[in-house]
Write a new protein. Sequence first.
Length: 195
Amino acid sequence: MKKITKLKILKLRITILDIQPKIWREILVENHITFERLHILIQILFGWTNSHLYSFNVDGKTFSVPYNELESNNFDSEIKVTKFLYEKGQTALYTYDFGDNWEHRIEIIDIGDDERNAQYAKCLAGERNSPPEDCGSIPGYEHIIMVLKNKGRNIDPELLEWLGDYDPEAFEIDEVNEAILDPDKYMIDLRDFLF
């Protein structure tokens, strides 16, 4: 296995597991980004609010925000993604919100050269909106979809009020890329709540 030593661009496909139809995003990132930066990008890509703990698992190594209850925590905000992910086809697991346990498969689908004056990171494509935060994992999300399909029957009016204008099919790539350019405006710093 040959590790990437010069600047390259990774094309990643990130898919939320165990949901059909699939919810996924493709993004271009520089190969020297850290796991912490990748976490922020995933939060933005999927519209998560960065209000829960998270972890990455790569080849049995776990990386996450330092927290007493997490075992085998190898998190270092300076660890580069390509220390572990450097070949097309390699995968990692990203888990967000240990209560709802949203698991995302990250796969390197291509490795390319840096293009002069190109913006990285950049979302290239995606489908469907992410589940709402704190909706109760996959069973809760499936209930939301059922309620939305039967809106006229007034099955769960409190849930409909909580959802507001949530559309499970919506995905606005321009809004995502705008948020990538200014993540501080979009993100809360989870560490403010942990320490």
